[in-house]
Write a protein that binds this ligand. Structure first.
Ligand SMILES: *Cc1c(COP(=O)(O)O)cnc(C)c1O
Ligand SMILES: [Zn+2]
Length: 398
């Protein structure tokens, strides 16, 4: 199996640690799988990686590292269908992963690769969900784990990383530089950095596509909407559908939509301006912190792999409304994930979506991860004395 540059097609071996092309600095990606089968086994005991192992280049996989990631629900969203005027909307609820976001899929696959190459140390750079995911799985796999975070990271995010006891370092300085710096530090110190869009993390996200296909009986949706920051998850989902097509499980790859927040939308902006390369966003500001990468390392790759109609950005108010709408469905997501619902509205306004379609929203992470966002909502809470509770209920809630 080979790694191929997503831009210039230069080839690299997959049995070494290569992240980006030496010639053009664009991300590398494993060659597409063309001949693999889903191994349908006892669902109650099978792991995600065991079910889809023919789609991965591993000699063997170690089920002991799994924390039960993947196999997340795909629920039909009756409230949203009605409110947004779309025939079928499904939510792929990634908040049900072991550390409450889809990151666990790529973390597991990255660790499998690190172990296969004989690494004893892993790491990541993150301010969001990737840090706790890598910390948890690093602990589970008994690997020395390095987590680099921004110096000014909120305490509510710091402690949930520290609980797994990794080597946790707050880094002062240019955070944008840290991604590339970490890869360098990794090379010098034999640390396998499983950053946002490294090839084997992207492989992990393929399983989202595999599961959606299986959950819909291989009847493909028209659109799959993906909240996008670094671009690794979107690339993985797209690759997963392409591989299913290569392997004749499906006939058509669904349209993938790249959804960003207007407060930080380097990829969407480049698409709207007809560019072929993204530009750095100077002062990113959005409530959707999990998708606030001002210079996404897979930005160019995402930009050039989708139809130009399929890039959408939505503002913070629309995101908050989306979060509220999803709660009406009983699903509490973080603002980054609510971007999907807001994007459906926008796609309808732009008449890209007419209303007769089937749409899948990738609900990437749990709302509990970011309780501060709740301050943006007007939430109704009542108070009553116990002796007056009976009359209070009668009076107020007829
Ligand atoms: C990481 C993350 C994203 C963005 O994924 P990328 O692969 O960086 O594009 C979206 N939503 C949540 C909740 C995330 O944690
Ligand atoms: Zn290249």
């Amino acid at each position: 199996m080979r790694l191929i540059c997503t831009k210039c097609n230069e080839k690299y071996p997959s049995n070494g640690l290569y992240y980006r092309c030496k010639k053009c600095n664009e991300p590398l990606q494993l060659a597409e799988v063309t001949d693999a089968k889903i191994i349908k086994n006892d669902n109650m005991r099978q792991s995600m990686l065991a079910r889809y192992r023919e789609f991965f280049p591993f000699e063997k996989t170690d089920d002991n590292i799994s924390l039960g990631e993947g196999f997340t629900p795909l629920t039909q969203s009756i409230v949203l269908q009605k409110k947004l005027g779309v025939s079928k909307i499904y939510l792929k609820n990634e908040s049900q992963n072991p550390t409450w976001s889809f990151k666990d899929r790529g973390t597991l696959v990255g660790i499998m690769h690190a172990k296969e190459l004989g690494y004893r140390k892993i790491g990541t750079v993150s301010t969001g969900n990737m840090a706790p995911s890598v910390a948890a799985y690093g602990r589970r796999a008994n690997l020395e784990t390095f987590i680099f975070v921004k110096d000014d990271i909120a305490q509510e995010k710091l402690a949930p990383i520290a609980i797994y006891n990794p080597n946790l370092i707050r880094v002062r300085g240019d955070y944008g530089e840290l991604y590339f710096k970490s890869l360098e530090i990794g090379r010098e110190n034999d640390i396998y950095f499983i950053n946002s869009d490294v090839p084997f993390r992207v492989e992990g996200s393929k399983t989202i596509a595999f599961e959606i296909a299986e959950q819909l009986g291989f009847n493909m949706p028209d659109y799959v909407i993906v909240p996008t920051s670094a671009g690794g998850n979107l690339r993985g989902i797209l690759k997963g559908f392409k591989e299913l097509k290569n392997c004749r499980y499906i006939e058509k790859v669904p349209n993938i939509v790249c959804a960003q927040s207007t407060g930080c939308s380097p990829i969407v902006t480049a698409a709207k301006n007809g560019e072929t390369e993204i530009s750095r966003v100077e002062n990113p500001a959005t409530i959707a912190h999990a998708i606030e990468n001002p210079f996404p390392p897979s930005g160019n790759c995402v930009l050039n792999s989708l139809d130009r109609e399929h890039f959408v950005s939505v503002n913070d108010d629309e995101i908050i409304q989306g979060q509220k709408l999803l709660a009406e469905e009983g699903v509490f997501v973080q603002p980054a994930s609510a971007v999907t619902v807001a994007a459906i509205r926008k796609l309808k306004e732009q008449r890209v979506v007419t209303g007769n379609e089937t749409i899948v929203c990738i609900v990437t992470g749990s709302g509990l991860k970011y309780p501060t966002a709740l301050k943006s909502h007007k939430l109704e809470i009542h108070t009553s004395n116990i002796d007056r509770l009976s009359s209070y209920v009668i009076k107020n809630f007829k």
